[in-house]
Design a protein around this ligand. Sequence first.
Ligand code: CTP
Ligand code: MG
Length: 228
Amino acid sequence: MKKTIAILLAAGKSERFGNQIPKPFLFLKQKPIYQYSLEVLIDHPQINEIILVVPSSLLEISEEIKSKYKKPIQIISGGKTRFESVHLALKAIDVSFQNVLIHDAARPFLSSLFIDGCLSALTKSMAVSCAISSTDTLAETSNNQVASFPNRALIKRIQTPQAFEKELLKKAFSIAISAGNTSFTDETSLIHHHLSTKIMLIDGNEENIKITHPLDLIIAEQILKKQN
Ligand code: CTP
Ligand code: MG
């Protein structure tokens, strides 16, 4: 049985949200946003260990969370970019792990079904991501004018979790660093850019929102109400 480690990313600056406290640490009802997905990872039998990546200013306080749970959790400081945060987490992974599952702590509605789906697809493909269809018509633009309309039926919005064979992910990082091309918003786009690996998509869902703007927190409260 391959061992899987989860990286939970909570080290961003939340610039679009615009709050003093980074958004994964804001409260959604009774607990901080990051704790929702952390607990799903903790409860999932195929996740053997978790690396929680936090801003350096919150490292000490975050350490306290470890004693709450039985599963091993490493807490590390993130970097200036997502690429750096994931790279730092990759360096902290023990050699015994073959699979890596990455999730945005800003997505509180992680479902264990997404983890099941990612890990099951990972037996057939080296890279997997959750994705959903787009309900809006999407346009490619140039200077704020429409350049083209991609076929919406073929367009997907990429979410997390995403799962990878660890060695593949490490290879993509090292190629990206050598090429000096490290500005990616997620790891599937990094892999797609630097390697020819097929990336399998599985169904995420509309409730798996990423808290990005303040309105998303109001939406998250409603989703939580509906779920309980
Ligand atoms: N993230 C991270 N380290 C970074 C940047 C992002 O761990 N240097 C994490 C965020 O904390 C978040 C997830 O990656 O959980 C998705 O990123 P995003 O929604 O872009 O969060 P922020 O980068 O914090 O927000 P913004 O881009 O608005 O500043
Ligand atoms: Mg960001």
